[in-house]
Design a protein around this ligand. Structure first.
Ligand code: GDD
Ligand code: MG
Length: 354
């Protein structure tokens, strides 16, 4: 079976004021009427899967435990990080734990907060990925890019993995470029042949560990020690703080994906979204005749292409176009949809002011 690894360490700053450090976006029902981590866990249950491993900050342990219970993953395990050390460390910890059961076990590493318009297409794509990953590869999933987004990884698709099976739809990765600048992203779009990295990876635990050992040994060794010195019961495994804090903070994309020669890509149209900001939720949402997405207790007149969400406060809107309005019981966000990325700058300013 495949071991699902759910990375749940992000804070989702750009979805303020709903997403907060104490209760980040993956624990809210934002893209549907289910929490994003709940949907993620449900996609990874069934005969094909072992119980999941969730890696999160210790502050969120009860939120995660509750989500495991509510989504039929009572046997899931939770690795607790004493500090934020990015995804290479989180993945190293999960891979080491999974490898204790069986080093050959396949990992399906994923974000806790992605949304798919066509989730029904995932099982077939995953099955294909599992098959080729067993040959000793790290499989990525390539999403078709349409704008020069600088927050994603770009994958240059190479030759088919099996030249005798060109229709298989599995390709070598000739280059992986994490978070290019705007100019480079624009060039890659123009040039063609690049796909966005979805942030999901399928690989045998042994391969992920070997690539970490080769390219980022500092992360692996410190996490190994943090795990050896960890305290644990059936559910929680609390990584030792002293050793974990010695880990360099680096994402798996820079640490391994840009450097490895073991990467493959499967192009897939899953209707994927990383739900990074309010505009992404507008894009994903069901729209009324005026193109508005409305959630909660909202009355709306003569408005177009707006995202209006209210958490418990009666909210009335008229004559707005392309506006995001998010109302919670203690904070309000009003911003043009084109500025949805800039919420993190607002939050930084708020932190300074408080
Ligand atoms: N446990 C844990 N600990 N999880 C973490 C940590 C951490 O320190 N840091 C991030 N995560 C989780 C986030 O919650 C998210 O689910 C996932 O790991 C990815 O982290 P992000 O910080 O959101 O990465 P990104 O969006 O900048 O880039 C990644 O995802 C893109 C697609 O959304 C990369 O893989 C890109 O290449 C990719 O295109
Ligand atoms: Mg992200």
């Amino acid at each position: 079976p495949i071991t699902p690894i759910v990375l749940s360490g992000g804070t989702g700053t750009r979805l303020w004021p709903v997403s907060r450090a104490s209760h980040p976006k993956q624990f809210w029902a934002l893209a549907s009427n289910q929490t994003m981590i709940g949907e993620t866990l449900q996609r990874a249950t069934g005969e094909a899967f072992a119980p999941p491993i969730v890696v999160c900050n210790q502050a969120h342990r009860f939120l995660v435990a509750e989500q495991l219970r509510e989504n039929g993953c009572e046997n899931g395990r939770i690795i607790l990080e004493p500090a934020v050390r990015n995804t290479a460390a989180a993945i190293a910890a999960a891979a080491l734990v999974a490898a204790q059961d069986n080093p050959q076990t396949l990992l399906w590493i994923m974000a806790a907060d992605a949304a798919f318009r066509y989730p029904e297409r995932l099982p077939a794509v995953l099955e294909k990925a599992a098959k080729v990953a067993r040959e000793g590869y790290i499989v990525t999933f390539g999403m078709k890019p349409d704008v020069p987004e600088t927050g994603y990884g770009y994958i240059r698709t190479g030759a088919p993995l099996h030249p005798d099976r060109p229709d298989e739809g599995v390709y070598r990765v000739t280059r992986f470029i994490e978070k290019p600048d705007h100019l480079r992203a624009t060039e890659m779009l123009r040039e063609g042949g690049y796909l966005w990295n979805s942030g999901m990876f399928v690989a045998p635990a042994s391969v992920m560990l070997a690539e970490l050992a080769r390219h980022e040994p500092d992360v692996l060794e410190n996490v190994r020690t943090a795990l050896e010195r960890s305290q644990h019961d059936l559910t929680f495994r609390r990584l030792d703080a002293e050793s974990f804090l010695r880990c360099p903070s680096v994402s798996i994309d820079y640490a391994v994906m840009e450097r490895t020669d073991r990467a493959l890509v499967i192009p897939a149209d899953l209707g994927w979204s990383d739900v990074g900001n309010w505009n992404a939720l507008w894009e994903l949402g069901d729209k009324d005749a005026g193109g508005n997405v409305v959630v909660g207790d909202v009355v709306l007149e003569q408005s177009h292409n707006c995202y209006v969400r209210s958490e418990g406060m009666l909210t009335a809107v008229a004559g707005l176009t392309d506006i995001v309005l998010v109302v919670t019981t203690d904070a309000v966000l009003a911003i043009h949809r084109d500025y949805a990325q800039d919420v993190s700058a607002l939050v930084a300013q708020l932190k300074k002011a408080s």
